[in-house]
Design a protein around this ligand. Structure first.
Ligand code: T4K
Length: 407
């Protein structure tokens, strides 16, 4: 903090603490010269897409790392979700959390399948199996669990429900690359799991995603579907789309794999620092990762209890943005409060109380190789100052808002 007075905050006119913006999803790059070598080779070989050598190597490396029989990489995780949903023959209704990125729900609705939003366990932020069971109807064909923040959802509970009711089970593992559950890598559970390698993920291929599965027939179908249904030259055996990953993306992915441990190491170090600096502050808590599992530690998730802090999560967000810290409210306001779901299911919130409560409390802070210890210290100082002066800050913000209204 520039001084110990609230006038030292940028929102009240001071210079922002950071001259450059601190982002939540700043991409990790890895070894740049090695990447450029790979890109040059792609250009020299003039093989740019359609199951080229980089894609094949990338798929092999991921399958090995995750310990699954099949990996099919794709242009992004949303298309991968859509293709798996179709390949599994889902229809009617599918149970999903509302507290997730909108792609989880859209991948269903895009195919005229109804996403039925189910509430979460407030401790894990993931689907609550007891509530899932209450949402089943005769139209339910499957469940999509999301391993939010890279923490495994209740895989055993969901598996048991699917077994009992003859449902398909897939996982949106967009956040969970490099993470494990009870010592087994995430990727090998359910009928299939989907990773995202989008630029904002700790491990990226610019844009990209992958389906991983141990089901040979499903993998065959997915491979056909992501390539227009082509089973060979001039032979289309299936309806399909274009979900292919380009060689450039696969090269970036291969490059990232070589630095995977470094990326995770930096995330872990940053996470520990956040925990140390913010631990014990009343009214805010840093979501914990289980160190006994493999974690990618990508998301630094803060929960704000406004009754204690006196300032709301949104006011803290506003103050941070003024300081050039672009924290985010993932996954506010919940899918059910976005279109087309808000209009289709106006009463959904009644059964999503934990989702709504959490969506109003969560703040995600910057992490990754673009954030260093000094920046984290400075950011935490600002947070500590806000909380220590909660009432003063709240009243000053209210006065400012009043002045703006009058002005
Ligand atoms: N399922 C789940 C549970 C997901 O979280 C996601 C994606 C998916 C499925 C679908 O996966 P993909 O089809 O995308 O592979 C971002 C990402 O676009 C999205 O991929 C991700 N989840 C979601 C959690 O976050 P936004 O709206 O936050 O993106 P944006 O552009 O605001 O970027 C976030 C921050 O990162 C900004 O502060 C800017 C910074 N940034 C971003 C990009 C793209 C950079 O510094 N450099 C960059 O290149 O959605």
């Amino acid at each position: 903090m520039k001084n110990d007075k609230i006038e030292g905050l940028a929102i009240f006119g001071a210079t922002p603490a950071f001259s450059e913006k601190l982002h939540v999803g700043r991409p990790n790059i890895g070894d740049r010269s090695r990447l450029l070598e790979r890109l040059n080779k792609i250009l020299d070989d003039r093989w740019l897409t359609n199951n080229g050598p980089c894609v094949q190597e990338f798929e092999k490396r991921i399958a090995e790392l995750v310990g699954v029989r099949h990996c099919v990489v794709m242009c992004n995780a949303t298309i991968a979700l859509e293709i798996v949903i179709r390949a599994l023959g889902l229809k009617g209704e599918v149970i999903v959390p509302s507290f997730t990125f909108i792609a989880t729900a859209h991948a269903l609705q895009w195919q005229e399948i109804t996403p039925v939003f189910c509430d979460i366990d407030p401790q894990t932020h993931n689907l609550d199996p007891a509530r899932v069971e209450q949402m089943l109807t005769s139209r339910t064909t499957g469940i999509i669990g999301v391993h939010l923040w890279g923490r495994a959802c209740n895989i055993e509970g969901l598996t048991e429900i699917c077994r009992k009711h003859g449902l398909r089970l897939m996982f949106d593992a967009a956040h969970a690359f490099g993470c494990s559950h009870q010592g087994r890598m995430i990727g090998g559970f359910g009928d299939a799991e989907i990773f995202s390698f989008h630029a904002t993920k700790f491990f990226n291929s610019f844009e990209g995603g992958a389906v991983v599965t141990n089901d040979d027939q499903l993998a065959d179908r997915i491979r056909l579907m992501k390539n227009f249904g082509f089973a060979g030259y001039d032979n289309v055996s299936h309806i399909g789309t274009n979900g292919k990953m380009s060689e450039v993306s696969a090269a970036m992915g291969l490059n990232g794999l070589e630095s995977l441990d470094d990326f995770i190491g930096v995330n872990h170090r940053n996470y520990n620092q956040y925990c140390d600096e913010l631990g014990g502050i009343p009214g805010i808590s840093v979501m914990n990762y289980n160190d006994a599992e493999k974690c990618n530690y990508q998301y630094i998730v803060l929960e704000v209890d406004r009754e204690t802090t006196q300032v709301t999560r949104d006011q803290i967000l506003e103050i941070l943005w003024a300081e050039n810290v672009l924290a985010r409210r993932y996954f506010y306001p919940g899918c059910h409060r976005m279109e087309p779901y808000r209009s289709r299911f106006p009463r959904a919130g009644l059964s999503l109380m934990e989702t709504e409560r959490l969506a109003d409390r969560v703040l995600v802070l910057p992490n990754g190789t673009a954030v260093g210890p000094n920046e984290i210290s400075q950011l935490c100082e600002i947070l500590k100052f806000i909380i220590a002066n909660g009432e003063l800050v709240r009243d000053a913000l209210a006065r400012d808002a009043q002045c703006q209204k009058v002005g």
